[in-house]
Design a protein around this ligand. Structure first.
Ligand code: FMN
Length: 177
């Protein structure tokens, strides 16, 4: 990957703990990494953890806290060479397919010209629901790339579809974008 600026978007899914490993791997491979988190994601893991491992500020709010005239999402959208969303919740997939953009992740993704890799993770019943399938198909048609989900042990410990793609595979897919 000769493009060096990667934005990692983090949504409120249980697979969030694995995203720490993805950020570590990207940093180890010398990428500049900025993490964006939805408000729901910050209820599962504190932003400080991502800030320490990506060695950068973590963005959560749409509005800048300071007196900057440069909105966060515009700066971020043009800074990124590639964007990965991991985990991508059913909620985020729905928002993106509808063009809704009321949080830093959806707003930045809608504003960017960078390639976007989406890594959904959710319960099998959600993943196999008609509405999620339709939303994913809409996004595929619009040029978004997907990695996973795969079969694995879900939150209820059952082996089923909906597990987030393995981190090494997400890294490979990101390289191939
Ligand atoms: C413990 C817990 C785990 C969750 N895991 C998932 C998940 O893996 N996938 C998913 O789509 N939603 C999951 N949810 C539901 C999302 O958190 C919820 O839909 C939220 O609104 C997503 O917000 P976001 O897309 O802005 O991050 C989970 C909720 C809780 C409380």
């Amino acid at each position: 990957m000769n493009k060096k600026n990667i934005i990692v978007c983090i949504c409120g899914g249980i697979a969030i703990y694995k995203t720490c490993e993805l950020v570590r791997l990207l940093k180890k491979s010398n990428f500049n990494v900025i993490c964006l988190m939805t408000q729901e994601a910050t209820r599962l893991i504190k932003p400080e953890l991502f800030s320490y491992i990506c060695e950068n500020k973590v963005y959560i709010d749409i509005f800048s806290a300071n007196d900057s005239y440069d909105p966060n999402h515009i700066k971020l959208a043009s800074w990124a060479d590639k964007i990965v969303i991991a985990p991508a919740t059913a909620h985020m997939v729905a928002k993106l397919s509808a063009g809704l953009c009321d949080d830093i992740v959806s707003l930045t993704v809608l504003s960017t010209k960078a390639k976007v890799l989406i890594c959904p993770a959710m319960h099998e019943n959600m993943y196999k629901s008609k509405i999620v399938t339709e939303n994913i198909n809409i996004l595929k048609k619009r040029g978004y790339k997907f990695s996973g989900p795969i079969k694995g042990n879900l939150l209820d410990r059952k082996l089923a579809m909906g597990h987030m793609q393995e981190i090494n595979q997400i890294f490979k897919s990101l390289k191939q974008l």
